[in-house]
Design a protein around this ligand. Structure first.
Ligand SMILES: CC(=O)N[C@H]1[C@@H](OP(=O)(O)OP(=O)(O)OC[C@H]2O[C@@H](n3ccc(=O)[nH]c3=O)[C@H](O)[C@@H]2O)O[C@H](CO)[C@@H](O)[C@@H]1O[C@H](C)C(=O)N[C@@H](C)C(=O)N[C@H](CCC(=O)O)C(=O)O
Ligand SMILES: Nc1ncnc2c1ncn2[C@@H]1O[C@H](COP(=O)(O)OP(=O)(O)OP(=O)(O)O)[C@@H](O)[C@H]1O
Length: 560
């Protein structure tokens, strides 16, 4: 989805001399300062903030022109200077692009600094310019394939319950004090991250709960931040278009558990990847096990029991410390997310008694996480229950369905699709997972991006149909239907569901814009689901005939 390019930055900042910057980081200079032509601007120029995108530059910035897959940032240097950039940092290719002086005229007094790999120094450079803002915060960084957003919201909930003013950075939003912005990336680019951390210092934020994506680790976005406590949720197939294979994906995540990035770690060892992460960590690590079996862990979860919409559980350390609390979110995986959040805070130095009391006072780990197992219709005598979840890979889909099955008296219906232009391998696997976990499967579109949506649906359907046939052989009847566009799939699922059924709308969670061939189409699953429930309640009712739209297809419908 496309979110407007914007960032939270400090209102005030201390000017830093560009000469000191060059000396501190051993940066070369290009242009007149290097050639000794005239007086060097290096001696006089100061910068007070950093931007790596010209559209975010304001007066007094250091503009860092990075090489990218689509463009070289140096191509935007002229605009950056026009917006007030006082100096430019780039690589040799960028310096060559600027060499003719048309973008940064020699007389403009804008020094051009050169680093072999500016992306690799951007984090530490920005941290230096802003005065190492992360060091003023107690920082909690969460990585893993699934559960980062949920865990950071639970961390944030707990830190606030403990009385801390807490900041938040992740897929949904960035928050510093009262300043909140929707996120464009899960983990912001280094210059934007350091600006946000500086804003947090200004806003007297004391703790930070933050998601750290594998892209961020690979692309140096969190260089210059050493998290007080790093957390690992789990690892499964995702993002292989970027990382190549699971081993490389794992190794990228493992970077968070090195002294460059964290002081200590907490690792969920429910899966083999967790065990490996704990074993390979280069910082002290506490392990957490939330399911029975496997090697002994430092913290174990026991006595999991239904509690409201979620679960209550007991967390015990091998030294005897123990606390009982609850999460309002359904599913065993949300017990794991909640336990990870609690242990991260305990390993950060909080006392069990304080944490237990704080959680009791706020009803346990009861954060509302936008689009994560979000109940948009609780279900009653007239309507099905409708849940919107962000599950957009095979494992997450399996787990989301498994989480809802025990509390579904009737049929479990799932509406989902796969994204275009991304990891094609997961499409049939997602189709098979949906059939394995649900009774009715509506295959529709996610973000098609530049790909033909019908082609993406066909790949998902192929996996679903194969699994449906296998299920039929073992006597299980699963309905598989292809419906597009997505809004119609949601309407149809809700309209055809009965009281007692659960409709899971999976894959897009909190997102409000669908990217269809580069065009932003407004689409919020929660809004569509609420509208569908209202329409059904107003008269269409369960089992009413399907509305026909040009794009609705039933050729793919098969019932075993
Ligand atoms: C693979 C990746 O992460 N690429 C990011 C990278 O793109 P790029 O290197 O190709 O950059 P580019 O577009 O060629 O531009 C080069 C430079 O010129 C600058 N520029 C570009 C255009 C312009 O008009 N002005 C300008 O200054 C850019 O800011 C950049 O510094 O730098 C861009 C600028 O910040 C990012 O927008 C882009 O993220 C793309 C859009 C993306 O989709 N990233 C995803 C995969 C991602 O990072 N996801 C993870 C979460 C994954 C998960 O767990 O779900 C995340 O942390 O968000
Ligand atoms: N611990 C977990 N294990 C497996 N699946 C989970 C876990 N926590 C959440 N999920 C599932 O994964 C989906 C995404 O959850 P969440 O947004 O918390 O993770 P994330 O790591 O932030 O994902 P992304 O990086 O894709 O934004 C949820 O909607 C849920 O279906």
């Amino acid at each position: 989805m496309t979110t407007p390019l914007d960032r939270i930055r400090p209102a005030g900042a201390t000017p830093r001399k560009v000469r000191d910057l060059a000396l501190t980081f051993g940066l070369e200079t290009a242009g007149p300062a290097a050639q000794g032509e005239g007086s060097s601007p290096l001696e006089t120029v100061t910068v007070s903030s950093v931007a790596s995108d010209n559209r975010l530059v304001t007066d007094g910035d250091l503009f860092v022109a990075l090489p990218g897959a689509h463009a070289h940032g140096a191509r935007f240097a002229a605009d950056a200077v026009a917006r007030g950039a006082r100096a430019v940092l780039t690589d040799a290719e960028g310096a060559a692009l600027l060499a003719d002086g048309s973008a940064v005229p020699p007389g403009a007094g804008v020094p051009v600094l050169v680093a072999p790999d500016p992306r690799a120094v951007l984090g530490p450079v920005a941290a230096w310019v802003y005065g190492s803002p992360a060091e003023h915060l107690m920082t909690f960084g969460v990585t893993g394939t699934n559960g980062k957003t949920t865990t950071t919201y639970q961390l944030d909930h707990l830190l606030r319950a403990l009385g801390w003013r807490s900041g938040l950075i992740g897929t949904v939003e960035m928050r510093s004090g009262d300043r909140v912005l929707p996120s464009r990336l899960t983990t912001p680019e280094a210059a934007d991250l350091q600006a946000l951390l500086a804003a947090m210092r200004e806003d007297e934020v004391r703790t930070l709960a933050m998601e750290v994506s594998s892209h961020a680790l690979a692309l140096h976005r969190v260089d210059g931040v050493q998290f007080g406590v790093a957390g690992f949720t789990n690892l499964s197939q995702d993002h292989l278009d970027f990382h190549g294979d699971l081993q490389a994906y794992f190794e990228t995540k493992a970077l968070l558990f090195t002294p460059e990035h964290s002081r200590r770690g907490v690792v969920v060892v429910d899966d083999a990847w967790g065990e490996r992460m704990a074993a390979s960590a280069q910082v002290p690590v506490a392990t957490v096990r939330t399911v029975p079996g496997g090697a002994e862990a430092d913290w174990v979860v026991t006595q999991v029991a239904p509690h409201g919409t979620g679960s209550a559980f007991t967390l015990t350390h091998r030294d005897g410390r123990t606390l009982r609390t609850s999460t309002s979110l359904p599913g065993a995986f949300n017990v794991a997310n909640a336990a990870l959040a609690v242990v991260m805070v305990l390993e950060g130095g909080a006392h069990v008694q304080d944490v237990a009391e704080a959680l009791d006072a706020v009803g346990g780990l009861a954060a509302v996480v936008p689009g994560r197992m979000e109940v948009v219709g609780a279900g009653d005598a007239r309507s099905p229950r409708v849940v919107v979840d962000f599950a957009h890979n095979t494992e997450a889909l399996e787990l989301a369905l498994a989480a809802l099955r025990p509390t579904t008296d009737g049929r479990l219906v799932v509406v989902f699709g796969a994204t275009g232009d991304r990891d094609k391998g997961k499409r049939p696997a997602m189709g098979a997972a949906a059939v394995a976990g649900a009774d009715v499967v509506l295959v529709t579109d996610d973000d098609p991006h530049g790909e033909d949506p019908a082609v993406v649906r066909a790949a998902v359907l192929a996996g679903a149909q194969a699994a449906r046939a296998a299920a039929a052989e073992s006597g299980r009847t699963v309905e598989v239907v292809e419906v597009a566009p997505r809004s119609e799939a949601i309407r149809r699922a809700v309209r055809e569901a009965s009281p007692g059924d659960t409709v899971l709308v999976a894959g897009r969670g909190h997102e409000t814009i669908q990217d269809v061939a580069g065009v932003d189409v407004e689409l919020d699953d929660r809004v569509e689901a609420r509208r569908a429930l209202a329409d059904a309640d107003a008269g269409a009712g369960p089992g009413a005939p399907a509305a026909t739209t040009e794009n609705t297809t039933t050729e793919g419908t098969t019932t075993a």
